[in-house]
Design a protein around this ligand. Structure first.
Ligand SMILES: [Zn+2]
Length: 240
């Protein structure tokens, strides 16, 4: 423990991240890279976290032997990176789910529809470099319905965390089921991983495609085939 962390308020020796971590552990709440911890943050802690993370990024830059004291380009990089992590690219960990209203399915619609492509942006948990791609969602409505744009909002919130693609799709499916309890749900994600493009094997064209099918899409092969056919048509029209 150190008393010199900028995130420590006067008289407060414990870094804010440790206080939050201890609170999560005491409550038995997981805080893996792709978990959301918004419900367990107290007022003012995000501002303190921003200071703490900026301090650590500054240390990282120093460890990379970058002269941040004299390099005008990296002078405020630490603050920018801290803000970017906490409020943009990983906001799905720290910010609450956007408010999404659902409505009763009064007309008892039960024809399937697809929404997509929805842009998804994430980062791999292994290297923290971008995963960028598109997502298609197929719904067979149940008791409740949500507006089309809401699928983009919830996908953005779920993907804005460090992830592996397979888990991101599962978490998104869980959230959509929770929001509108569809009779059937299918999600397909096609994304490029900068771990493979920018580093490692440096394969610029490779993308990963994965999907999850639940409810009627899982039980009824023709419904599942219809979803993939709709996505394929849309893909060929749009040239993805
Ligand atoms: Zn990676």
């Amino acid at each position: 423990m150190t008393s010199t962390l900028p995130s420590s308020l006067p008289g407060q020796l414990t870094p804010v991240s440790r206080r939050i971590r201890e609170r999560l552990e005491a409550a038995g709440v997981p805080f893996l890279a792709n978990d959301n911890i918004a419900d367990h943050l107290l007022d003012g802690e995000m501002e303190q976290l921003e200071l703490e993370v900026a301090g650590k990024v500054r240390d990282l830059l120093r460890s990379l032997v970058i002269d941040i004291e004299n390099d005008h380009n990296t002078e405020e990089t630490a603050e920018r990176v801290a803000r970017m992590y906490l409020h943009e690219v990983f906001k799905g960990r720290y910010h609450e789910q956007p408010k999404i209203a659902s409505f009763p399915n009064v007309k008892q619609l039960d024809e399937i529809y697809t929404v997509g492509p929805i842009s998804v942006r994430s980062a791999c948990s292994h290297h923290l470099v971008p995963i960028l791609g598109n997502c298609w969602i197929g719904i067979k409505p149940g008791e409740r319905v949500i507006g089309l744009s809401k699928f983009s909002r919830v996908a953005d919130w779920v993907f804005s965390r460090p992830h592996i693609q397979e888990e991101a799709v599962m978490i998104l499916a869980d959230e959509i089921e929770r929001l509108c309890q569809p009779q059937g749900l299918a999600i397909l994600v096609k994304a490029q991983h900068y771990c493979m493009k920018w580093r490692g094997v440096k394969e610029p064209q490779t993308s990963m495609v994965n999907s999850v099918v639940r409810g009627d899409f899982r039980h009824d092969p023709s419904l599942k085939a219809e979803f993939f056919e709709l996505v394929k048509q849309q893909e060929s029209v749009l040239g993805y």
